[in-house]
Design a protein around this ligand. Structure first.
Ligand code: MRU
Length: 364
């Protein structure tokens, strides 16, 4: 996507370099800057501090992290240690383990001297595939938006509610749920996006608004608690969110607060779709509520808030009394029964085991 007229990806490798460059998301929307990751420790740090975030991007960063580890030391022991350390950087998005396993399986049978080159080639492939997958997924999702527009007699915009940030900076490029929005917008369908602020990290307020504004998509930022009210008053035509892990039964784990939006959508008969690539499906588990590890992040993300001061410095200010104890589960699980469907690069599936297997018959 373009920033000030220049095309960027959220992560890239300069010709033949061992390091990778990422957009530093902790500075957005106040400053657009990049950071170079030189080794596996940098990759782990970037994932933990959410310099890079979003399930698909975490996966690709992990893949490059493993390649950097093998560049420094291609031994079996280092392969195993780096795999474990990267995989533990954030526990919920399954795309991380998915990408690490692909790189590990590609390099493990090779002699150590050949591993780094093969690992970079595999990470480069995952990088390219992410962009292609998102484009295909977006086209499937845009058809849903067009149907709604036609059903409205092509009058007014299609009002889409979204949660968290699912755009090009959450992936390598384009995005998942926001990819659908971009695709519909670029196809000439009038859309308007209600952007949940997404406390406590405010990915909606800081990142989604920045992305939509840069792409010229009409949008309105709302407090997290406003969505139910808007749905009751007919102001939301469809909810589109991403996911960090979808189970074989179709339960979807996504940013904290998604479940409450899905409940409100269900109560108000508003279609609710999850847009995610196949790499987000964890075929090994069925019951998302019981089986998905939910990341618990530091309490100061809840007791404090970040913003920009008058002099341009990025500051963190306290909202709660000093010493307040805060809980901070970063994700929740929306049961399949509350979802209208799952949009993947293979098409739109019913959120159920049978629905997913119809798209992925090789998993039967
Ligand atoms: O904690 P984050 O910002 O990494 O969480 C991101 C999300 O929850 C996204 O909705 C999800 O990764 C899917 S879309 C890329």
């Amino acid at each position: 996507m373009k920033v000030n007229g220049v095309a960027y990806r959220s992560i890239w490798r300069e010709d033949g370099a061992a390091s990778v460059v990422v957009v530093d998301q902790t500075l957005l929307p106040h400053r657009f800057d990049t950071l170079t990751l030189h080794d596996v420790a940098d990759a782990i740090d970037a994932i933990k501090r959410m310099v890079v975030r979003g399930a698909p991007l975490i996966g690709v960063t992990g893949a490059y992290g493993l390649a950097m580890a093998l560049h420094d030391d291609p031994s079996d022991a280092n392969l195993a240690n780096a795999f474990d350390a990267l995989n533990a950087a954030r526990p919920t998005a399954v795309n991380l383990r998915w990408a690490l396993e692909i790189v590990r399986d590609a390099v493990a049978p090779l002699p150590p001297a050949e591993r780094a080159i093969a690992a970079y080639a595999t990470a480069d492939r995952l990088h390219a595939e992410d962009i292609e997958t998102n484009g295909t997924m977006a086209a499937h999702g845009a058809r849903l938006i067009r149907e709604i527009w036609e059903a409205k007699g092509r009058s007014g915009p299609v009002n889409i509610l979204t949660h968290c940030n699912t755009g090009w900076i959450a992936c390598v490029d384009w995005g998942t749920a926001l990819g659908v929005v971009y695709s519909a917008h670029d196809d000439g369908i009038p859309v308007h996006v209600w952007v949940d602020e997404t406390r406590p990290r405010n990915q909606g307020a800081s990142l989604t608004t920045w992305e939509l504004g840069s792409h010229g998509v009409p949008h309105t930022l709302i407090a997290d608690n406003a969505g139910g009210h808007l749905m009751q008053h007919g102001k939301v035509d469809i909810c589109l969110v991403g996911a960090d892990r979808v189970t074989a039964e179709g339960d979807a784990c996504n940013k904290i607060g998604t479940y409450l939006k899905a409940l409100a959508a269900h109560d108000n008969h508003v279609p609710f779709y999850v847009v995610m690539p196949s790499s987000t499906i964890d075929w090994r588990i069925g019951d998302g509520v019981k089986e998905i590890e939910i990341e618990e992040r530091a309490g100061d993300e809840v007791t404090h808030i970040s913003g920009i001061a008058g002099d341009g410095t990025i500051v963190k200010v306290r909202l709660a009394p000093k010493g307040t104890k805060a809980g901070n589960p970063a994700f929740d699980v929306t049961p399949a029964r509350l979802l209208t469907g799952l949009v993947t690069e293979r098409g739109v599936a019913k959120a159920s085991r049978d629905g997913l297997l119809a798209l992925y018959p090789e998993r039967r």
